[in-house]
Design a protein around this ligand. Structure first.
Ligand SMILES: *[C@@H]1O[C@H](CO)[C@@H](O)[C@H](O)[C@H]1NC(C)=O
Ligand SMILES: *[C@@H]1O[C@H](CO)[C@@H](O)[C@H](O)[C@H]1NC(C)=O
Ligand SMILES: *[C@@H]1O[C@H](CO)[C@@H](O)[C@H](O)[C@H]1NC(C)=O
Ligand SMILES: *[C@@H]1O[C@H](CO)[C@@H](O)[C@H](O)[C@H]1NC(C)=O
Length: 279
């Protein structure tokens, strides 16, 4: 009952062009009322589909705030810098609220910008115990806009989490011929990495995380971001879930797409360059 009532109120606030004041004046009061009811009824049905998600929550159309085409075209002027300022903070705060760069003074920080505040949604914090994919979500509830951030590689020599990152990067040949040498510096030799096999499914971790966030924030516009390894995960995840990503110096992702998701070179070059951006 509440459901219908609410939708009807929304429907009532929409103009009904087919029954404008002039044409309606030719009709009898009763006919007009009947037609209006039918029109509203039909609109209500349509609105019912669009206005509520499957949990019955009100759907608000996404603001289009993170429109990647508009950001890249800097249209209107200032769009690029204002959006970047928010994403850069999101990436910085993700490094600074996770090990090993955790800074107590930033433990509760949110992102403030001229366009509003993006609050850290701590219920989505992902901090795997040993290592793997670290992630944060920042959201602006008024704009129904959410940012998923994947943390980049950690580089503290000897830290387990960083060894796991190094194993991952080596397994995808992230640094070409230097990969093994770089992995060795972190103590990520083959034997050590074999022991972390269960932690190395980064793409799977990122995909299931982003899918869970998306279904929890179903009516939000979602953009993925990240730097280095985090950028790679953002691009790969967005390409799989049909979301958009705007990333900073991502680790080359072609090998991951090919090895882990069975993409062909053709499919990779056909990926949506408007929605998947590397800066
Ligand atoms: C995104 O921006 C482009 C270019 O400015 C514009 O043509 C398009 O309509 C925008 N899309 C949305 C969903 O706002
Ligand atoms: C994260 O910490 C570094 C080092 O202290 C600092 O330069 C950077 O501005 C911090 N990022 C944010 C978003 O506070
Ligand atoms: C960030 O927002 C939360 C509310 O979501 C608030 O509790 C917290 O104090 C804010 N952080 C800062 C540093 O103001
Ligand atoms: C990719 O192909 C391999 C071998 O054919 C298969 O085992 C694997 O499940 C595929 N992965 C995906 C994500 O389709």
């Amino acid at each position: 009952m509440m459901r219908w009532l609410h939708v009807a109120v929304i429907a009532g606030s929409f103009p009904v062009p087919a029954f404008s004041a002039t044409s309606a004046s030719c009709l009898s009061q009763r006919t007009r009322q009947a037609l209006d009811e039918e029109a509203y009824g039909e609109q209500s049905m349509q609105l019912l589909q669009h206005a509520r998600d499957r949990h019955g929550r009100l759907r608000v159309p996404p603001s289009g705030f993170f429109n990647t085409s508009a950001i890249l075209a800097d249209s209107p002027r200032g769009t690029f810098l204002s959006r970047m300022a928010i994403l850069v903070q999101a990436v910085g705060l993700t490094y600074n609220t996770t090990t090993p760069k955790f800074q107590p003074g930033l433990a509760d920080a949110n992102i403030s910008s001229g366009a509003g505040t993006w609050f850290r949604k701590k219920q989505f914090d992902r901090d795997p115990e040993k290592g793997g994919v670290f992630a944060r979500v920042f959201a602006n509830d008024e704009m129904h806009s959410a940012i998923i951030v994947f943390k980049g590689i950690c580089d503290t020599i000897g830290l387990e989490q960083c060894i796991i990152d190094a194993c991952k990067l080596n397994s995808i040949g992230a640094y070409g011929e230097l990969s093994e040498g770089i992995a060795a510096v972190f103590g990520a030799d083959d034997k050590t990495c074999e022991g972390y096999r269960e932690q190395l499914n980064f793409v799977e971790q990122a995909l299931s995380y982003a899918a869970a966030v998306r279904s929890a924030l179903e009516d939000y516009e979602i953009i993925l971001t990240g730097h280095s390894l985090g950028g790679l995960l953002a691009i790969v995840t967005a390409s799989q879930l049909g979301l958009k990503a705007l990333t900073f110096a991502p680790t080359p992702f072609h090998n991951v797409l090919k090895q882990e998701l069975n993409f062909t070179d053709e499919q990779i070059s056909g990926m949506d360059s408007d929605d998947l951006v590397s800066l």
